[in-house]
Each structure stands twice: as C-alpha cells, then as structure tokens.
Design a protein around this ligand. Structure first.
Ligand code: CU
Length: 183
C-alpha cells in the first residue's frame, strides 16, 4: 500500500465527497451522443533501493469525442487506493511536465479551491463536486471529482466546439494527464 504523497498544499483526504448529486455536467437525456470512455487505472512498479514508479493514470492518454457528446469516466481495480481524483480541464501550458512542476502545481491548488477547498484548513471539504459554470465541459478549469464510493463514475457533457483539443489532468495526482480532441 502506498503512502499518500503530499504534492501540494491541499491534502488528498480533504476531497472526500459526501452525497454528490448528479449535476449539470451530465449529458442531457434523449438522443444518443457519442460516448468517450476514459478509465483510471493503477499499477505500481518497485525497484528496491532505487525507486517506486506510480502508474496511476487515465487511459487512453489521447482520445476523441463528438461535440455535444459525453465523456464517461470510471475507475478500475486499485484506482482509488491513493484517494479521489479530479477530471480537470487545464490549459496545455498549465500541465506539469517536470517533477518540480508536479510538486509545486499551482493550477492544482487553484482548481481545488474552485471546488470549495480552503487551502488553509486541513478539514475543509469541497462544496462543489462540479465546477463547470453549468454549460458543460468546454474550457480550462471546468472540473469534476470522482472518489469511487459516493461518485463511482462521471458522465461529463462536452460542449466544446468541434476542432478544440481539451487538455485535462487530476489536480490531486498531477502526473495523471490526457487530452480529448473534440470532433
Ligand atoms: Cu488523481
């Protein structure tokens, strides 16, 4: 079992989600929008004396969805062993690329705060499981939380225009990243 790594100011435990209702980010019923399935998977590789490699990630790394369609996010075995996750749109330039950027992920703290987490209070709870302005997933900082218990899966309506590439990450595990091309 992995210890929880403290990667930024907001403790992972803070993001326990209580009784989350399905919100405005969910695709409207009626019709059959194309669904893009993204899964959170977990794998750990250890080389004693050298390193532990955390293979927690979104898969596929790159995917496609129709504008107006839905991203379906679920977690596989072990996906929540290191706590909940966020699916957060960010600007491409905000994606951390180095260990230093992962350990000092500014956008991670910002998005956690947009979910209602108080960075100065370890017991602070997110008040907003969805941060999307009510208009679906179309811009940086649109974000949703998934914890594998209260929220076992997410269905996120993608309202970004055709031709857009959405870059996303988990603000709790900043190496978890991916992109979705909107067709
Ligand atoms: Cu995560």
């Amino acid at each position: 079992m992995l210890g929880r790594r403290k990667l930024f100011a907001v403790p992972v435990a803070v993001v326990a989600i209580a009784g989350v209702a399905v919100g405005s980010a969910v695709a409207a019923s009626g019709g059959a929008p194309k669904v893009d399935k993204i899964k959170i998977v977990s794998s750990v590789k250890v080389k004693p004396g050298y390193y532990i490699q955390d293979g927690l990630r979104f898969t596929p790394y790159k995917s496609k969805v129709k504008s107006g369609g839905t991203i379906s996010l679920t977690g596989g075995k072990g996906a929540f062993n290191e706590g909940p996750h966020s699916f957060s749109l960010v600007k491409k330039s905000e994606l951390p690329k180095t260990a230093k950027q992962i350990n000092n992920c500014k956008v991670c703290g910002q998005i956690a705060q947009e979910h209602g987490v108080n960075p100065n209070d370890e017991n602070s709870q997110p008040t907003a499981p969805y941060v999307d302005g009510g208009d679906g997933f179309n811009k940086p900082h649109d974000s949703a939380l998934i914890d594998g218990q209260n929220v076992k899966s997410l269905k996120l309506k993608v309202t970004a225009k055709k031709g857009t590439t959405l870059y996303y990450m988990c603000v709790l595990h900043p190496w978890m990243q991916g992109s979705v091309v909107v067709k």
